[in-house]
Design a protein around this ligand. Structure first.
Ligand code: ACO
Length: 318
């Protein structure tokens, strides 16, 4: 994982919009978040995370067979941030592309990577969830600007040896486009190209109907978890850790209750990073591993939800 240096806490936000530390903590569980510098773009943060992932996996960038970047705050509309990263890393000529699945992007990327490993085309795939939502929030809208932070989580998915304990067990991804407009950056694409008016009307920033998304988030993450558990004949009691998208502590707690998983098995770090979109799950996983919570052999279930509206789950043995 990698996060920008600058930290913005709830007290800092009190000086920017009409909000309070108490409201943010009670309603979301968030306290501080990292914010990128003006000069930092998604590829810069992703690059630092990628270097750490390569180092920890013990492989060189030249050994990568594919790079997938999941983001909604790419460096540019085109070319893909993955191609910029490919240059920064000095990777070979390999497929490098971005996917747009909102906060679910990292699980979508993992799901795609799994297919390319299974069919034998690739041996090592770098997947990165990176978002700098601070660049696209409306800093005068208290409904959204307090919720997000910037960061990246990088993972290498590699072909396993039969003797390996660690494995990618299963993953499920889905999307319900019927509610695509509940969470949207309205302008800047071909529907509403950038103009003086779109800038003036703040249409390049995040629009979100938080209340409606709240309920859908719990329901779809719960469904996604049950799908992979059932498909693998597993009971929630066999799961050692649950890592969910960190969008709101109340969503995480409600999901934990619905799944009937013990509270102490649910990984939460929302107080330190807020919602880093596609990066929340790999960041939470990295922290939990380094804190010695997740150990080799543990079964880890992950669940996500985001713009699209996309959702998904991922089951691994670490
Ligand atoms: N500070 C103080 N008051 C606030 C703030 C704030 N920052 N924001 C909203 N309020 C006020 C509202 O104006 C409202 O006031 P009113 O009752 O006088 O009208 C009151 O607080 C309650 O507002 P709600 O929107 O009902 O608050 P809620 O408890 O639903 O919390 C939140 C809002 C945090 C956005 C919640 O709905 C949520 O987390 N939704 C899900 C978000 C999510 O999962 N998004 C998907 C992933 S994100 C992605 O993909 C990029």
């Amino acid at each position: 994982m990698h996060v920008p240096e600058k930290i913005l806490n709830n007290y800092d936000l009190e000086k920017i919009v009409d909000t309070s530390d108490e409201w943010i903590k009670i309603r979301t569980g968030m306290f501080e978040r990292h914010i990128a510098a003006d000069s930092e773009a998604a590829s810069d943060i992703a690059y630092q995370a990628a270097l750490k992932a390569l180092d920890s996996a013990g492989i060189r960038a030249k050994e990568l067979d594919m790079i997938i970047v999941a983001s909604v705050t790419n460096d540019h509309a085109f070319p893909a941030t993955a191609c910029i990263l490919q240059k920064l890393l000095g990777a070979r000529e390999i497929p490098a592309f971005d996917i747009s699945a909102g906060c679910s992007g990292w699980i979508y990327a993992a799901n795609i990577a799994k297919q390319y490993i299974e069919n034998g085309i690739c041996s090592h795939i770098l997947i990165i969830g990176v978002d700098l939502l601070s660049k696209i929030v409306n800093w005068s809208d208290r409904n959204t600007c307090v919720l997000f932070g910037d960061g990246a989580g990088a993972t290498i998915i590699s072909k396993a040896e039969p003797s390996d304990i660690s494995c990618f067990i299963d993953s499920h991804i889905s999307s319900d486009g019927s509610s695509y407009d509940l969470l949207i950056q309205p302008a800047g694409g071909s529907r509403q190209p950038a103009s003086e008016k779109t800038v003036k009307d703040n249409l390049h920033t995040i629009y979100m109907e938080g209340n409606k998304i709240f309920k859908l988030a719990i329901r779809s993450m719960n469904d996604a978890c049950h799908i992979v558990l059932k498909r693998n004949n597993m009971d929630i009691r066999s799961i050692d850790w649950l890592i969910t998208h960190q969008a709101n502590l109340r969503i995480i707690e409600a999901l934990g209750k619905k799944l009937r998983i013990a509270e102490e098995k649910v990984i939460v770090n929302i107080e330190k990073y807020a919602n880093t979109s596609a990066a929340t799950i790999p960041i939470a996983m990295d922290e939990a591993i380094h804190l010695g919570k997740i150990r080799h052999g543990d079964l880890v279930l992950m669940a996500t939800f985001g713009a699209g509206l996309t959702s998904g789950s991922l089951l691994i043995r670490y």
